[in-house]
Ligand binder design. Structure first.
Ligand code: MG
Ligand code: MG
Length: 265
């Protein structure tokens, strides 16, 4: 069942989403060679609690940490390890916050120091595909139009679109209906409606789209051990248009990059 949100609820969800945005911005300054994902997790948990939030992933379905940290060939759901990041790695950091009854949930893939240009292209294409997907979240379109747009964008660059994991509705639960695949057919699936809040989250592999799960019961890795990227925003449909509730601006501020989030007004 899809739970539509009114304007007041969407503003509360924006607050939760921005807590995640600020957490990722804080972490952006910490991601460098030598830091461990476990240290990032500890920093994030303290930061979230200082804001009055609750780490949204901690204990969810039994997950042991506040962040999912997925390094290189890990796609998503990586458990933060006490293993230092190295120059040339990439790390997807996915963070959830529960505040005032609502969840925020979004993700960014960071470069650790200097990375291979081919891997940078994977990050650039995956992030761009997130916005291509968001642009398709508009009145008259269906869920399949979002996935179609993301898939087309990424496959044109020769990358693999993960099938087994999908975006989702977001609200008082971390995962609500509908599922939002990153692949699909135009005009297929549920009709998009005002008041929907979706976590749109392309998970894109440099090589094969196939994935498998590690024995830890959580980490998903690529079938060919090539790198994978993951970017996620929380998006509400308001007056027929997508409104991005989360922002990467705190990340760009920390990294000294220009602000890049487009507005679909
Ligand atoms: Mg997420
Ligand atoms: Mg999500």
């Amino acid at each position: 069942m899809i739970i539509l949100k009114n304007a007041e609820e969407i503003e509360r969800m924006r607050t939760s989403a921005l807590m995640v945005s600020k957490t990722l911005g804080m972490l952006a300054a910490e991601v460098k060679p030598g830091v461990t994902p476990l240290r990032l997790d500890q920093l994030a948990e303290a930061f979230i609690r200082d804001m009055g939030g609750i780490p949204g992933f901690l204990g969810m379905y039994g997950f042991p940490n506040s962040l999912c940290t997925s390094v290189n060939e890990q796609v998503v759901h990586g458990i933060p390890k006490d293993v230092p990041l190295e120059e040339g790695d990439i790390i997807s950091i996915d963070c959830g916050v529960l505040y005032d009854e609502y969840y925020g949930d979004h993700a960014y893939t960071f470069a650790v120091g200097e990375i291979d240009p081919a891997v940078q292209k994977l990050l650039d294409v995956t992030k761009a595909s997130l916005y291509v997907g968001i642009e398709a979240m508009k009145r008259g379109n269906r869920i399949g139009d979002i996935g179609y747009a993301i898939q087309r964008h990424c496959e044109a660059a020769g990358f693999g679109v993960v099938r087994e994991l999908v975006g989702h509705g977001l609200g008082k639960k971390l995962h609500e209906d509908p599922q939002v695949p990153n692949y699909g057919k135009r005009g297929n699936g549920k009709l998009l409606q005002d008041g929907m809040v979706l976590a749109i989250e392309p998970m894109i592999n440099m090589g094969t789209h196939r994935v498998r799960q590690l024995n830890d019961g959580w980490s998903i890795i690529t079938g060919d051990k090539k790198p994978s990227a993951h970017f996620e925003h929380d998006v509400a449909l308001v007056d027929g248009r997508p409104v991005i509730l989360s922002t990467f601006d705190y990340i760009y501020d920390a990294l000294g990059l220009p602000k890049q989030d487009p507005v679909f007004a």
